[in-house]
Design a protein around this ligand. Sequence first.
Ligand code: SF4
Length: 380
Amino acid sequence: MNTPESVPAHDTVVPARYWHLLDDGRAQCDLCPRFCKLHEGQRGLCYVRGYEHGQMKLYSYGRSSGFCIDPIEKKPLNHFLPGTPVLSFGTAGCNLACKFCQNWDMSKSREMDTLQDRAMPEDLARVAEQTGCRSVAFTYNDPVIFLEYAVDTAKACHERGIKTVAVTAGYITEAAREEFFRHMDAANVDLKAFTERFYREVCGAQLQPVLDTLVYLKHHTRVWFELTTLLIPGQNDSDEEIDRMTQWVVRELGPDVPMHFTAFHPDWKMRDTPPTPPATLTRARQIALRNGVQFAYTGNVIDPEGASTWCPTCGALLIERLGYEIGHWGLDARGACAGCGTVIPGVFEPMPGQFGARRIPIRLARAPHSPDPAHSTGTS
Ligand code: SF4
């Protein structure tokens, strides 16, 4: 049983899509591969979806754990409107249970009071436009679990010419992924490891559905996407695993999908694991390049070479990155290498944006009886 695509635009508890009734009276959520089976009054593992009064519901529509204007490189996306600002926001909950979660205060939250700001889709689109953001990112926690809110926000953004970005683990069912990604212009997908063991023991999930999502994105959509792997010492950082992962990416997705290898820092339930040595990221990048990945990056460390974009044909420096600042720009107006003419995959404009490394938290809180939250927007 599914509900129509539209939901009441004023409510924060709305009918959810992608579920059906089981013979035993429980409701099964069909949004992510967990397929939670819920009795009346129960919530799913993500906690923001639940079965109540005979209807699956989303409890976090229009509610956010915070908003921030970031450089798009922070998502990370290196081939999507470089140098431009993106309005980032998330809600609460998550459909994975990663022991190393770097955003656990939001994603593991079961307290709706984490959700401080209230913003309906049109509010978000308007504020993104007013603040000069070129895109809105669904990030901090996985937007799959708030699909109805993300899709409506994406529609409102597109009406104003604002692009949309999903930062996701790609843990979504075949039934739901078409609708979700149809409304996204770009995505950064976590490929957290390349073993079922890691996904099962460290994330409480499965690898194969993520691989299925990546193949779907590459071969059945026009979404620009890049991959991120957080390398955790002793867990997913062996030469053998990175070798198999990067060979799979080149074989199944092609050599032009950018890969980001980023540094872990001890957090959540993995505080005893040491941070990732920068040399590990460099080693992973070199394995990827050797296997034919054309754009391999290091992240969360100071590494100008690993952070920059290089022409896969002539080796010229195309986009120099110093942290989130863009330095040298070696692309022509078509997004091709100015030296040899090789077209670089991605979404590029003749010149990069100038947003730089700033991070600007904003509040969109709707004051009681205030009809227009845009007026209460400000920077802090
Ligand atoms: S989206 Fe939430 S409720 Fe639905 S199957 Fe996944 S974890 Fe369970």
